[in-house]
Design a binder for this molecule. Structure first.
Ligand code: HEC
Ligand code: HEC
Ligand code: HEC
Ligand code: HEC
Length: 487
């Protein structure tokens, strides 16, 4: 494939010239600005219904996973941990792929733009939502796609994750009913090159996981370039390597509203943690569990496209390789989940306290110099906590890795608090300090200065006034046959 091939060459060249890793990762200007006329992307999922009825049905059935669960209301500590950042306003657990467009429109984090130039979020926020993204990148070039505010893409990015996100739907193979898997996002192809998994040279099995790495990964927006999406894999995909990379380029997503620490928001390093877990090491891919081969009524084997919880399809997933009963394996996994949750909560408690203690230290007149090391320890502790929390399914994919990451996070949190205790003592602050009541989301929002009612009212207005314009544009342009569900 042209895209991956070109970026592979560039990486090779960079290695040959012994460039530093941070230089090596950057796409060239030519790469960023050039549209790719050879890449034709049919993003309209509805058009595949008649030719591929079984795959289409499975894909549509992801709509059945429709529950919206607020992680903030379940665990108000998150509101403090993400203080000053959009995630403190709203963060829901993942649900079916069918809802990506609906959910990114509805979530408070994307705010309430009034036109295509108002914020708060950049275009990059669309990047894991569906096949209109690679379509636009191919048509416009990367730099033009990433330019400007999120609202700019509202009328164009309207199909939820679909066929063309994973398949070369214009290929001869696909026309013959073969998978023809493909990576259509250039930044993903580049990232896979860097970890030695160049897509076009990959095994069938690596490809089956790589398509999920389009989105289920850690990434950041590169403000130094076009606010484009970059995966921080230049030194490795484990928690230490990515932290080291971020520290070296002095990247931070935001400054915490209490502690002023330069924070990292981990996204969802599902692919990375899976790679390091038992199944990843044994070549058992995402698709083996989340998209098993099943037999249709006509006796023909096909791939189940209802991506969800593999336990709902036990006979075709775990059972293929394991003799244990569903109950036994379920218990193993739910025990892992519980063990992880227990220690994760302890880490959250430590970091929440550290943020309040840092605020108390600033209030008492602490200096930048006195605070520097403590803030760095908070940054590292929370990066580690978030790496484990945001690795969805991490308790299944790599429980041992997740426990190790949390343990190292606890070490950093203790370090932060020990340093803060000294600063507080130096400034005559009595310890323990008073920690405010954050036992419910409402209380935590108040403590953190989030006016949640106002956020919700603004969003309602946006959904009523702006979104219908987007839908109208997309229908008229023939990008969709039906508008995305409102909820
Ligand atoms: C998230 C990625 C993803 C999406 C989205 C996706 N597929 Fe697939 N598809 C796969 C994978 C993985 C396979 C199996 C590849 C293999 O076996 O090597 C597959 C296999 C197929 C095949 C080959 C026959 C078979 O069933 O194994 C067809 C045809 C197909 N998909 C059609 C579709 C259509 C139509 C859509 C949209 C409605 C779609 N796919 C959406 C990942 C995806
Ligand atoms: C184009 C980006 C993209 C691709 C490709 C993608 N995902 Fe997702 N996935 C998402 C997003 C975004 C969500 C959350 C959707 C929401 O809550 O609105 C999600 C949700 C999920 C969920 C939760 C579903 C539920 O019902 O709770 C699972 C499981 C999942 N993805 C697995 C996979 C697997 C396995 C692959 C590869 C075969 C894959 N995804 C490919 C972006 C992607
Ligand atoms: C060996 C089987 C297996 C493999 C391989 C696997 N998963 Fe999973 N995954 C599961 C199971 C089982 C769960 C649900 C765990 C539970 O019920 O607690 C899950 C959960 C998830 C979730 C969380 C869904 C939610 O609603 O919170 C996501 C996202 C996910 N997997 C994505 C992936 C991706 C991406 C890959 C490959 C990089 C992958 N999985 C590889 C078995 C697997
Ligand atoms: C394609 C084959 C395959 C599938 C499908 C599969 N596994 Fe595995 N599983 C393996 C292999 C291989 C190992 C490693 C065995 C070893 O090291 O002895 C393993 C190890 C495990 C382990 C022990 C290692 C650990 O991670 O702690 C558990 C638990 C497990 N699998 C659960 C599941 C569950 C649950 C599912 C279904 C959601 C599943 N597996 C699906 C092949 C598979």
């Amino acid at each position: 494939m042209i895209l991956a091939g070109t970026s592979f060459l560039i990486v090779q060249q960079a290695i040959a010239e012994d460039k530093s890793v941070s230089e090596r990762r950057a796409p060239t200007k030519a790469e960023m600005t050039k549209p790719n006329q050879n890449l034709i992307i049919e993003a309209n999922n509805s058009l595949f219904a008649s030719k591929y009825p079984k795959q289409y049905q499975g894909w549509s059935d992801t709509a059945k996973s429709n529950e919206i669960v607020s992680a903030l209301e379940e665990n108000p500590r998150l509101i403090v941990l993400w203080g000053g950042y959009g995630f403190a306003k709203a963060y829901n657990k993942p649900r079916g792929h069918f809802y990506t467009i609906t959910d990114v429109r509805n979530i408070l984090r994307t705010g309430a733009p009034v036109d295509d130039k108002t914020g708060p979020m950049p275009m990059a926020c669309w990047t894991c939502k569906g096949p209109d993204v690679p379509r636009l990148i191919a048509e416009w070039g990367e730099e033009e796609y990433f330019r400007g505010k999120w609202a700019r893409g509202g009328g164009e990015i309207v199909n939820s994750i679909g066929c063309a996100d994973c398949h070369d739907t214009k290929s001869k193979d696909f026309a013959e009913g073969k998978p023809a898997l493909r990576i259509a996002r250039p930044h993903v192809a580049r990232a896979l090159d860097i970890i030695g998994k160049e897509f076009t040279m990959s095994t069938k099995s690596d490809k089956r996981a790589a398509v999920c790495a389009n989105c289920h990964v850690e990434y950041y927006f590169d403000k130094a370039q076009a606010n484009n999406v970059v995966f921080p894999w230049m030194k490795g995909v484990d928690v230490d390597s990515m932290e080291k990379y971020y520290d070296e380029i002095e990247f931070f997503d935001w400054k915490h509203s209490l502690s002023k620490a330069p924070m990292l928001k981990t996204q969802h390093p599902d692919y990375e943690t899976w790679l390091m877990g038992t199944h990843g090491k044994n070549g058992v891919t995402c698709a083996d569990c989340h998209m098993p081969k099943v037999q249709g009524a006509d006796g023909k084997v096909y791939t189940d496209h209802k991506i969800g919880n593999p336990f709902d399809n036990f006979e075709n997933t775990c059972s293929n390789c394991h003799d244990q009963s569903k109950e036994t394996l379920r218990k193993v996994i739910s025990d892992h989940k519980k063990d992880i949750k227990d220690v994760m909560s302890k880490l959250e408690d430590q970091i929440v306290k550290a943020h309040f203690e840092a605020k108390a230290a600033w209030d008492a007149g602490a200096t930048e110099e006195e605070m520097k090391e403590a803030l760095k320890a908070i940054r590292h502790a929370q990066w580690r906590w978030d790496y484990s929390a945001a690795s969805h399914g991490g308790h299944m994919h790599a429980p041992d890795i997740i426990l190790k990451v949390i343990a190292s996070g606890l070490d950093r949190a203790v370090d932060a608090r020990a340093k803060l205790a000294l600063v507080l003592a130096k400034h005559g602050v009595q310890q323990p300090i008073d920690y405010p009541d954050i036992s419910t989301a409402e209380k935590a929002w108040k403590v953190m200065g989030v006016d949640i009612e106002k956020e919700r009212a603004n969003k309602e207005k946006f959904l009523k006034e702006i979104v219908p314009q987007w839908n109208k544009y997309a229908l008229e342009k023939g990008l969709i046959l039906e508008v995305p569900p409102a909820k």
